[in-house]
Design a protein around this ligand. Structure first.
Ligand SMILES: *Cc1c(COP(=O)(O)O)cnc(C)c1O
Length: 390
């Protein structure tokens, strides 16, 4: 039996697999069993942000594995402590709670917000339509997309949605009872749309007026992806809580909730916990990630590469005006909105050009290339996409 037939037989059918059998991945490329080489713009859905298996991350992980791989949260561990220190010293946060995934970071935020709400006598939590905050039942209630929610109702109560970037819609749901607002600075799943400065400014004014919390879901946008270490830095505000995951563990499962100083006493021992959270090996990967991102000029380079991809895509749009409707970019988070559904294009790119592109919201190509993508690889990518569209 082939890998794909065994996969179909033995693994619960929740994912649509692409038809290649991977044997190796390095940098911007994936290699299959037949010796084919593919240019990858999925990057593990922004998990492998620094390219596949960079040596310094592999070394950091191996190094920690040789010492100890798990000790439980009865003990402090050096990699988790070091990673928390790096995150706190380079953000507006005061402390970190480590999780194993994005949805768990969202759950931790939800629990913290709910407990805070008990003290404040408030309970209404808001998030945006078309948002994505995870798939466990709590975070799913925040994920403002009926296609993910409908089979699982009733979800948790007291959560309402507003239209992203629509100030009137936000104003119509915010009031004295508003406890917290979850928001992505760039909606990833929702089609790669950045929040506007006006919207954030209004949200921050309303926070001041009503005293609610702003929870930034930076699971996808954080850690350099949107061009800054954290995407909130491009706006004029500080979130009260920040959710991280995806690339945080350098390819290993790891998430985190960054907590501001005024909320650092809300969770007390026993209020929340996870067996694997802060796993030393994942956190050793995370320390290597943070140290790379904090190298001088590293983040500036991301913006420059983002601009290069954007201008190259604009030229491609001029060449294929009936195919490309709009190009949206924030750092190296890039959306190409098409006039039609993207699945045929995706399959053609894979078969004919050995190019791996992801489609979200049916008609948006979502590119999450390596933050270390070279100018030459950008050129190759543009040529391949041009060929597919021609
Ligand atoms: C991926 C993602 C999540 C969920 O993370 P998981 O690790 O899959 O649970 C939540 N929010 C955003 C913005 C994401 O991109």
């Amino acid at each position: 039996m082939t890998l794909h037939s065994r996969d179909k037989r033995y693994i619960v059918n929740t994912y649509n697999r692409l038809p290649i059998e991977i044997v190796k991945a390095k940098g911007s490329y994936i290699y299959d069993i037949d010796g084919e080489k593919y240019l990858d713009t999925f990057m593990g859905i922004s998990v492998n942000n620094l390219g596949h298996n960079p040596d310094y991350i592999v070394d950091a992980i191996k190094n920690q594995l040789d010492k100890y791989s798990h000790v439980s949260n009865y003990f402090a561990n050096e990699p988790a402590t070091k990673l928390a220190e790096l995150l706190v010293e380079n953000s507006c946060a005061h402390q970190v709670f480590f999780t194993n995934s994005g949805t768990e970071a969202t759950e931790a935020a939800l629990k913290l917000v709910k407990k805070y709400g008990k003290m404040q006598g408030k309970k209404i939590i808001l998030s945006a339509n078309k948002s994505f905050h995870g798939r466990t039942t709590g975070s799913l209630a925040l994920t403002g997309q009926a296609k993910y929610q409908d089979s699982f109702r009733p979800l948790i109560e007291d959560i309402y949605h507003f239209d992203y970037n629509d100030i009137k819609s936000l104003e119509s749901v915010v009031n004295e009872d508003t406890l917290g607002v979850f928001i992505e600075l760039v909606q990833g799943e929702g089609g790669v749309t950045a929040v506007t400065k006006e919207f954030i400014n209004r949200l921050v004014e309303l926070r001041k007026q009503y005293g609610f919390l702003i929870i930034a879901d930076e699971i996808q946008t954080g850690l350099g992806r949107a061009g800054d270490l954290f995407a909130y830095e491009a706006y004029d505000f500080k979130p009260d809580l920040i959710c991280l995951a995806k690339s945080l563990g350098g390819g290993l499962p790891l998430g985190g909730l960054l907590v501001s100083e005024n909320l650092s006493e809300v969770f007390q021992p026993g209020d929340h916990g996870t067996t694997f959270g802060g796993n030393p090996v994942s956190c050793a990967g995370g320390v290597a990630v943070l140290e790379k991102l904090l190298e001088p000029k590293f983040l500036d380079e991301i913006k420059i590469k983002g601009e290069l991809i954007k201008s190259s895509l604009r030229k491609l749009q001029e060449k294929h005006p009936s195919k490309i409707k709009e190009i949206r970019c924030k750092g190296l988070m890039i959306g190409i909105e098409l006039f039609e559904e993207g699945i045929t294009l995706r399959n053609k790119a894979l078969k004919e050009e050995n190019l791996l592109i992801n489609i979200t919201s049916k008609n948006v190509i979502r590119l999450l290339p390596s933050l270390e993508i070279t100018n030459e690889e950008i050129q190759t990518f543009i040529e391949k996409l041009d060929n597919v569209m021609s």
